[in-house]
Design a protein around this ligand. Structure first.
Ligand code: PEP
Ligand code: MG
Length: 295
């Protein structure tokens, strides 16, 4: 069976009746890129940048970040690499951020909220990303968005970074910029958000947590954590439709994207991309190649 999957390398993700979908990979460090290539993923749909911040005593420098992002896009040689800006907080705690204790960290000071409140941390990462974008097919993705105001503030900060790089005569490129849809608020206003961004990537892990009001870390609630809930599937459809109305693309980068029991449904729903663990790429390719959109 594994051998049969190996034979799918180099083939397209295309249904019997001609619908194509991108199947990308999720990674957590530059070291994972070998698996991405081995499994013939079309790109990297979620590069969790936390690896740069975790397991150390101080913030990573702009240069360290630049080198890591540059290496990633160069290794992927023209294939899309979507790097998510830092998603620290909640389940990912780092001492030197001094985030303090919170009663509800999942609903607390995390991800883009830290970036907007402490723009010096955000700007260092953005400088590294804009500089690395010169070397390949890099996209930036912002996590935990809930409002259009947040996106506006992000763009203001990106514009400041651009001005600074220009003034310093440092090479940069403004890459494609998208957001994660992982809060119910973002899904519900996705018609407005679609006008502002280049793409959506649906984070079903957090979207399920916040929609069903179930702490994704609380094992006691595992029986209730149901990403197949109709509310989640309806939101995914709504997000895809709102993206397409604006000519933007929409994918899934949460765990649900790798759920083989839903692959056919996702293709029919019009999803443009599924970003999954590298080991799942060929399995999903097989399902796509053996299905028809029209039953
Ligand atoms: C998600 O929430 O679905 C997601 C992909 O992000 P993370 O699991 O890193 O929170
Ligand atoms: Mg998330």
């Amino acid at each position: 069976k594994l051998k049969l999957l190996q034979e799918l390398k180099g083939k397209e993700n295309i249904t019997l009746d001609g619908r194509k979908i991108n199947i990308y990979a999720n990674i957590g460090s530059v070291g994972d890129i070998g698996y991405v290539m081995e499994n013939d993923a079309g790109g990297i749909g979620l590069f969790r940048s936390e690896f740069l911040y975790l397991g150390r005593n101080d913030f990573p420098t702009e240069e360290e970040q630049f080198q890591a992002y540059k290496q990633a896009v160069q290794m992927m040689a023209g294939k899309k690499v979507i790097i998510r800006t830092l998603d620290i907080g909640a389940d990912k705690q780092v001492d030197y951020f001094n985030l303090g204790n919170e009663d509800n960290p999942a609903m607390g000071y995390r991800a883009i909220r830290i970036c907007l409140r402490q723009p010096e941390i955000f700007k260092t990462q953005l400088r590294a990303l804009l500089r690395a974008a010169v070397y390949g097919n890099l996209s930036i993705m912002y996590p935990m968005i809930t409002s259009t105001e947040e996106v506006k503030k992000i763009y203001e900060i990106v514009a400041e970074v651009e001005e600074e790089l220009k003034a310093q005569e440092i090479q940069y490129k403004i890459p494609e910029q998208g957001i994660m849809i992982e809060t119910p608020a973002a899904a519900i206003i996705s018609d407005k958000l679609a006008e502002m961004v280049d793409f959506f990537s649906i984070g079903t892990n957090d979207l399920t947590q916040y929609t069903l009001a179930i702490d994704r870390q609380n094992e006691k609630l595992d029986d209730f954590y149901n990403p197949h809930h109709e509310a989640i599937l309806r939101m995914i459809q709504m997000v895809v439709d709102n993206a397409h109305k604006c000519g933007k693309w929409a994918g899934i980068c949460g765990e649900l994207g790798a759920d083989a029991t839903l692959t056919e449904q996702f293709v029919r729903m019009g999803l443009d991309e599924l970003s999954v663990a590298p080991s799942m790429v060929l399995k999903l390719r097989k399902i796509v190649r053996e299905m028809k959109v029209e039953e």
